[in-house]
Design a protein around this ligand. Sequence first.
Ligand code: SAM
Ligand code: SF4
Length: 428
Amino acid sequence: MIKKLIRQTIKKSLTGSRGLVLHNDYPDIAKMNIKDLGLYLHIPFCMRPCFYCPYFKEKYNRKNAIDYSSAVLKEMEFYGDILGNASITSFYIGGGTPTTMVGSGLEEIVEAVKQSFSLKCGISMETHPNDIAPSMIGKLKDMGVESVSMGVESFNDRFLEIIGRTYRSRKARDAVSLLMESEFKCVNIDLMFGLPDQEIKDVEEDIKAAIELGVDQISAYPIFTFPHTKLEEVVKRNGYSLPGIIKRRMMLKKIEEMCYDAGMERTSVWAFTKKGVKKYSSVTVPRYIGLGAGAGSLIPNFFFINTFSVEEYIKFIESKSRPPVALSIKFSEEEEMLHWLYWRIYETKIIKKDFEEQFGRDFDSTFKKIFFLFEVMGMARDEGDKIIMTDRGNYWVHVLQNVFSLDFIGRVWDVCLSEKWPGEIELI
Ligand SMILES: C[S@@+](CC[C@H](N)C(=O)[O-])C[C@H]1O[C@@H](n2cnc3c(N)ncnc32)[C@H](O)[C@@H]1O
Ligand code: SF4
């Protein structure tokens, strides 16, 4: 109830409207004259899905993966016809676990992207410790993968067991070392903190291990309890306790302190990158098209997501020549600006000129109320041409994320997972 009220107040004060209505309209992209954009490819398969994970995925099965690959090729043909002349300046393969589909259709998709679009960048891709071996590294390099991210989550066997990961610390360390020897532009590892029964010293040991292994980037996420996952149920059933907000704040402070001492800088709310390394990031461009089931696309005035069902995705693509849109939002200009601002705050740095180029408006006069408040509260620093979020600011973004976007995303995903073609929903 309180969350709902805060959410409504924030949204109303920023955009002047109370709720967001999502439909299933499909925008006419061919008329939009998009010159450069990013590509996101969603691979919705994992060998053993984790009970706490909110992402759209299902258990890997070779036949489904191959059928899925054929459907993605068809979806791409459609976009290739209307956007083939646009430059692709960022290509991200996420999941699920994309490396599950190496050898069952992923190479073919990547090759078709190269044929259908004007690709001006390397590929960034997610992987899993169990998938990393010298033969896999060779395949990733052959595809053109330049940067990789791997979900390690913890280097402590006890916590790996509690969260049901299927490898142990030795395997994770070997996989990290192999990636580090393989000359990728950036190797990111994900670690989660605030795990069931975890103490600050355990987090300290995980960060220490990552720094000793020399990774280029550490993404440290507090474990979030999304309503559609089994995390809460598992914690209750086993009598675990999840660290409270104060302990999580102390854990994050420890992570910040250790990463800064190791010469890393903050490059997003959760990520710390070695100085001089190009950060690993999924969202690097303001416009992107998402391929595959559950993928999101952001184009002028529109955000839309494809159906959250591999089966429905394949069926739809076979019978119709348009994207399988489950839900779409038509943004007002204020909403689009807010969406832009949200991601820049997430990246902890806001370049005012970028906003002015995209929206043709003066940054300072558009957002003066918000940043006046942020500065007074010590959450941001105005450096003239840019705004830098402080560590305190980043912490409050995390709190806000819980109140606003997690709830928001949680509800959209809840609907999309239970109804494959929801039609219309209103979020307030
Ligand atoms: C797509 S997965 C990473 C790649 C691969 N599937 C793996 O698990 O190794 C994305 C990351 O999201 C994070 N994640 C998953 N569930 C989460 C949750 N409930 N709260 C916070 N982070 C979560 C984990 O750190 C995970 O590595
Ligand atoms: S954390 Fe990674 S392996 Fe686990 S279910 Fe999520 S995407 Fe799959």
